[in-house]
Design a protein around this ligand. Sequence first.
Ligand code: ADP
Ligand code: NI
Length: 217
Amino acid sequence: MDKAQIIQDTIFFVKKTLKNAEGGHDWFHIERVYKNALLIAKQEEVNHFIVALGALLHDIADSKFHNGNETVGPKVAQQFLQSLNVETTVINHVIKIIENISFKGGNLTQKFKSLELDVVQDADRLDALGAIGIARTFNYGGFKNRAIYNPDIKPDLNMSKEAYKASTAPTLNHFYEKLLLLKDRMNTKTGKDLAENRHSYMQEFLNQFYEEWNGKM
Ligand code: ADP
Ligand code: NI
């Protein structure tokens, strides 16, 4: 099977698998990440096939939606790519991308590094920022029945991976615990440039939010 056909089959598989996904982790999230990953990849010396497959499969079974189990996504991706007879070296690299892409509180050292992971991770992080980032975050908070904001519950920047995953804090806290930290963690030049603008937009949103909350607008 040629690479274009493998990509087409993967798109079909991902759309089908994520049919009932939460709105921030659905096919359209994958499509945005895929497009941004290809855009960033143009400026980098990377294997575009691995970037494409990594982007398309990165949230195929996110642990957040599988009782915290981080092995489902890599397993599902592996079985699917094996069914298409994709080369083992490509499959292994895609699995490493899926295993290492996530933020998880940001206090862990990432075990695997590659330029392809850098690109897909930047594309995924961009989708956590800006107007779309804001929309996705409140959608997830609503999905989890979280408060929008509670001034008495302060953000916690020193959470372990377990505490981060178990957190039920108000959605506004997620801006401080993750979203506003991403700008300085972008891997590529293109990723950094795109993140700047989205970051300022979120800061503006937060300023307006507090002004409205405090009755100043
Ligand atoms: P992780 O934070 O583990 O890397 P994701 O990258 O899948 O998880 O997060 C994707 C998006 O899901 C976030 O950018 C955010 O919009 C939403 N999200 C995840 N965790 C939370 C949370 N605790 N509160 C609000 N939104 C969240
Ligand atoms: Ni994602």
